[in-house]
Ligand binder design. Structure first.
Ligand SMILES: Nc1nc2c(ncn2[C@@H]2O[C@H](COP(=O)(O)OP(=O)(O)OP(=O)(O)O)[C@@H](O)[C@H]2O)c(=O)[nH]1
Length: 197
């Protein structure tokens, strides 16, 4: 803002300066809280969807393959009913930890709700994803969770995988296809990976 003398000539400029570093940090913490699942630390549905939309747009732009896997714990209700809700929560944390150490930094991992998780695999074809997901399924099935009383709890998951079709490209379409494959995996006996046609 210009400051003038009695003759109306500009002699100085005044400015108000405010350090917004703290506000910026606060906004970023709030953003993180809004997009992260507090129990497992992976992205929540909203965070996953935001990241996935971005990666999907990138894949379409670059003509890159992209796959989506939906992962759902088998008989999770039974785990809760038999061992209690706290052990159920531990199982969710266990699964999220295995997901984090099984996939690349560039893959997007989220908990979509309840015992359902999703992994978005940019650059992966349906066939490559099948191999990766089957490896993960086996890793989960052979890595039991150690309970507080020293006992071990083994559990499995069913997985449905779909690949991005550039002709029908939307996250909703891809999710629906992976969900149908997951449904088929559940109904054919669980603890398996099914691919969307
Ligand atoms: N401990 C715990 N349980 C949860 C949470 N969210 C959802 N659940 C439970 O997850 C269970 C889901 O049960 P169902 O949808 O019947 O599925 P399921 O028993 O895994 O059976 P299938 O998927 O058919 O193998 C319910 O008992 C919910 O109460 C959570 O954050 N923590």
């Amino acid at each position: 803002m210009p400051l003038r003398n009695a003759r109306g000539e500009v002699t100085h400029f005044a400015a108000i300066e405010r350090d917004i570093t703290a506000q910026k940090a606060e906004v970023s913490v709030l953003r993180e809280l809004a997009t992260t699942d507090p129990l497992t630390g992976v992205l929540n549905r909203r965070g996953f969807s935001e990241h996935a939309q971005g990666r999907l747009a990138g894949a379409l732009r670059d003509g890159q393959e992209l796959s989506l896997a939906m992962i759902d714990i088998d008989f999770f209700k039974r785990i809760n009913d038999t061992h209690g809700h706290e052990v159920g929560d531990q199982a969710l944390i266990h699964l999220a930890g295995l997901l984090r150490t099984s996939f690349r930094e560039s893959d997007v991992i989220g908990r979509l709700g309840g015992e359902e998780f999703a992994v978005l695999l940019p650059g992966a074809t349906l066939d490559q994803s099948r191999v990766l997901m089957d490896r993960f399924r086996t890793r989960l099935a052979t890595t039991p969770l150690r309970l507080h009383d020293g006992r071990w709890l083994g559990f499995t998951a069913s997985i449905g995988v779909a690949e991005l079709d550039p002709e029908k490209a939307s996250l909703a379409t891809l999710t629906k296809a992976a969900d149908s494959a997951l449904y088929a995996a559940k109904h054919s006996g669980r603890n398996r990976v099914y691919l969307a046609p």
